[in-house]
Design a binder for this molecule. Structure first.
Ligand SMILES: Nc1nc2c(ncn2[C@@H]2O[C@H](COP(=O)(O)OP(=O)(O)OP(=O)(O)O)[C@@H](O)[C@H]2O)c(=O)[nH]1
Ligand SMILES: [Mg+2]
Length: 240
């Protein structure tokens, strides 16, 4: 426990992904309330970058909700460009101040890989000079056969083949808290809350040098940057 007068660091976590995949629902799950606005409509719900405070295992986190990226529909091109611009601006601000601890790529279990790659690359192009880890959270697995984690066994390798590599992953559902939900959905939701909180805690970039999370020694950072650049170059050359 920090002594009185010592400021406790707040770790920023930015959630990004396509419109409607469940980013705001994911944040509500993590913070344990319905503070972030969600919507079942096809139209985008969140259109600004907004912070939500949460304590995980005694540490303070600020989880940033962001405007959804597009699904590649030409009709929404203008809105898409605005959402991407807003997201990039928020990301740059956090990176500029060395203030970002974790990136969460939120995807829906059923979505196509092509859009996933595009959004992944959008963010990688902004973060290639940084050491911030990126993890993936897969939502809407409340009815998946087997346990939720089996989604990763079926699809994790495919993501990697498409050039998307993550420091860690979580397979979850954010639904299951209404009275008409089945016991299994409620159980999976409760399990999901623990899974995501653990994921955030385990993968937070720790600039203070505490025991857990991704602690990067000063001399290691250059190597990581070079590795990320090489990874990006490889992706760009294999895209066409
Ligand atoms: N079945 C199911 N539905 C979900 C899940 N997570 C979110 N949803 C639903 O998907 C819809 C969109 O969820 P949001 O959390 O608003 O999605 P978002 O990514 O924040 O959307 P934008 O703000 O528009 O980008 C809502 O109706 C949610 O209830 C999930 O795990 N399972
Ligand atoms: Mg939202």
């Amino acid at each position: 426990m920090p002594s009185e007068g010592v400021s406790v660091p707040v770790r920023n976590v930015l959630v990004f992904g396509e419109t409607g995949v469940g980013k705001s629902s994911l944040i509500n799950l993590v913070i344990g309330s319905n503070s972030a606005k969600t919507s079942p409509d096809a139209d985008p719900c969140t259109n600004r970058t907004l912070p939500y405070d949460v304590n995980i295992r005694g540490e303070k986190f600020k989880i940033w909700d962001t405007a959804g990226l597009d699904e590649g529909k030409p009709s929404g091109a203008k809105r898409t460009a605005a959402a991407e611009k807003t997201l990039k601006r928020s990301l740059r601000n956090l990176l500029k101040n060395n203030d970002l601890s974790l990136l969460i790529y939120c995807v829906r279990g059923s979505r196509a890989t092509r859009a996933l790659v595009r959004h992944y690359q959008t963010i990688c192009s902004e973060t290639c000079n940084s050491t911030v880890p990126m993890v993936i959270v897969v939502t809407a697995l409340e009815n998946s056969s087997g346990d939720m984690e089996s989604w990763w066994q079926r699809n994790g390798e495919d993501l990697s083949k498409h050039g998307m590599n993550f420091a860690d992953h979580a397979c979850i559902t954010t639904v299951g808290d209404s009275s008409c939900d089945t016991g299994i959905a409620r159980q999976r939701r409760a399990q999901s809350q623990e899974i995501v909180r653990d994921l955030i805690f385990r993968n937070r970039l720790d600039r203070e040098g505490s025991e857990s999370g991704h602690v990067l020694p000063a001399e290691g950072r250059g190597t990581v940057r070079i590795w990320i650049r090489l990874r990006l170059m490889f992706q760009v050359t294999t895209r066409g």
